[in-house]
Write a protein that binds this ligand. Structure first.
Ligand SMILES: [Zn+2]
Length: 171
């Protein structure tokens, strides 16, 4: 059967497939599900349409591709060598839009966690996912009577260190 899609249609179709159920996002979802977290996906009403929404934890998670979201200092993010101005502007727009959405969500009372694609590479995946679980437990305790929880100093230091790369604020 002949391929009747125009180039434009095909492009749209491909980018749809790409933007939904991308592999890094699936890794995070499978982990959360396995750990007993229940979530909603791509909630359209929220700024930036977060990939994963955990209402019980007042938390939204973005699983960001390093290239399109311009992950500073990351090997996967390099400015293409042609049309430099065009790309620089595009990435700057993407970055500003992300930051604006994170701020809006924060104002609405959501914790915003960002997991970068490169943090889910095989060698780093386990640590990243463990840090994510720890961060969620911490958020839960912070929002539900934190006084019952008194971590030892060591434990507290570990939690903060491990959770740091997931949080975009103050970068
Ligand atoms: Zn990266």
């Amino acid at each position: 059967m002949a391929d009747k899609m125009t180039a434009e249609q095909r492009h749209r179709c491909m980018s749809n497939i790409k933007s939904k159920n991308t592999k890094p996002e699936m890794i995070v979802r499978r982990w959360l599900w396995h750990e007993g977290y229940r979530y909603r996906l791509n909630v359209k009403q929220l700024p930036g349409r977060p990939d994963i929404v955990l209402p019980k934890y007042s938390t939204v998670i973005f699983v960001n591709g390093c290239f399109w979201h311009a992950h500073e200092g990351c090997d996967k993010y390099r400015l293409p060598s042609t049309n430099v101005d065009f790309w620089a502007q595009k990435f700057q727009r993407n970055k500003s839009r992300d930051e604006r959405n994170y701020r809006l969500l924060h104002k609405m009372g959501w914790y915003v966690l960002v997991v970068w694609e490169c943090q889910l590479e095989k060698s780093r995946r386990h640590d990243t996912l463990l840090a994510l679980s720890r961060r969620l437990s911490q958020i839960y305790l912070d929002t539900h009577n934190a006084r019952l929880y008194t971590p030892s100093l060591d434990e507290e230091a570990t939690i903060q260190q491990a959770a740091e790369p997931l949080v975009p604020y103050g970068e």
